[in-house]
Write a protein that binds this ligand. Structure first.
Ligand code: SF4
Length: 332
């Protein structure tokens, strides 16, 4: 597909045939298994100030926390019991977590559980990524958020798109499975830009593509901005991404449930094949809200584990019992 094909699909008045095609493509290429990757948001401290983010450094209303290592490891051990096969360790860009500290944590999780490990802790240098890979890190998530340098600058005052893309390239070259993606509907985004972001994911040859709608957070410079697109555009974006990336893992990200209580279910029926249940211990959950209306804030991790299984069963999907590594690049 080229940009104009994508624009035509985004403008389709009746998206149902597109959704059905995407679901069929997902079934043919990825099967009915959904991979459960439990996410632990282990620190909400961030040195950066992204204009859309609820835990940005300038938001002093947030109660800072760091989850002690032993609590992270205990949670990982519970994940094995819940049937999860991967842990996603996510935080703000928190310099407290040095190369050595996270190397130690990765090694401990690898020594005590069979979980695959995904890290999502922002932009670091090559030596750090290498140390974590050698310690056992399997995957890395770093969203580019928008492929338009001007929009990127307007929403990331202290960041640089070139550097972020360089991080993705370094990770890819060293054989780490790479996940990235974008926000749908940043202020001033056009439908043409959205089509370019969709194409850009394919150009990056990503192992995993994670996207979510922009939702204005009240304590940010974007508080009064609204998303220029309707929910149909969000779902069409997922479906198009599946069609042009048939073998990529695509998660049903939590933000879809913030715009529609059945949002993640719909995404799973329109191309997605990965679910990331919240496994952050309950005491910390309310303090990690990148956007308002985040679901599962008052549930325990046990509740989330039970809920996801029921949800998948009702959708006629099965749970993947292997690690769900990259199908596009099996050597990574
Ligand atoms: S989006 Fe990420 S890097 Fe930006 S402020 Fe939020 S946690 Fe920090």
């Amino acid at each position: 597909m080229n940009k104009s094909d994508i624009l035509n699909l985004l403008l389709l008045p009746d998206p149902e045939p597109l959704y059905q095609e995407a679901d069929y493509c997902r079934k043919q290429n990825m099967g009915d298994d959904v991979y459960l990757r439990g996410i632990i948001e282990f620190s909400n401290i961030c040195v950066k100030d992204c204009h859309y983010c609820g835990i940005r450094s300038s938001n002093t209303d947030v109660k800072p926390y760091r989850i002690p290592d032993n609590e992270i490891i205990e949670t990982c051990q519970k994940m094995v019991v819940w049937g999860y096969t991967s842990v996603v360790l996510q935080s703000g860009e928190d310099p407290f977590y040095t190369t050595e500290k996270l190397t130690h944590l990765i090694k401990t999780i690898k020594a005590t559980t069979p979980l695959a490990i995904t890290l999502s802790v922002g932009e670091r240098n090559e030596a750090t990524y290498r140390a974590w890979k050698e310690a056992g890190m399997d995957r890395y998530l770093l969203r580019f958020e928008t492929s338009n340098p001007k929009l990127f600058q307007e929403s990331h005052p202290d960041d640089d798109l070139t550097n972020r893309l360089e991080c993705l390239e370094i990770l890819r070259r060293m054989g780490v499975q790479v996940g990235s993606g974008f926000l749908i509907g940043l202020p001033n985004e056009t439908l043409e830009q959205l089509a370019e972001d969709i194409l850009f994911c394919t150009q990056l040859d990503l192992d995993m593509i994670g996207i979510g709608p922009f939702i204005a957070h009240p304590n940010t410079p974007f508080s009064s901005q609204s998303n220029p697109f309707s929910p149909d555009i969000f779902y069409k974006t997922i479906a198009i991404l599946r069609l042009i990336n048939p073998r990529a893992h695509i998660p049903a990200t939590t933000a879809f449930d913030a715009i529609d209580p059945k949002g993640r279910n719909r995404v799973l029926q329109r191309g997605a094949n990965v679910f990331m249940p919240n496994a952050t211990p309950m005491a910390y959950r309310e303090h990690y809200q990148l956007y308002p209306g985040k679901p599962c804030i008052s549930e325990s991790s046990d509740d989330c584990a039970g809920c996801v299984k029921g949800r998948l069963k009702r959708l006629g999907r099965t749970i993947g019992n292997d690690a769900g590594h990259s199908l596009k690049n099996p050597l990574r």
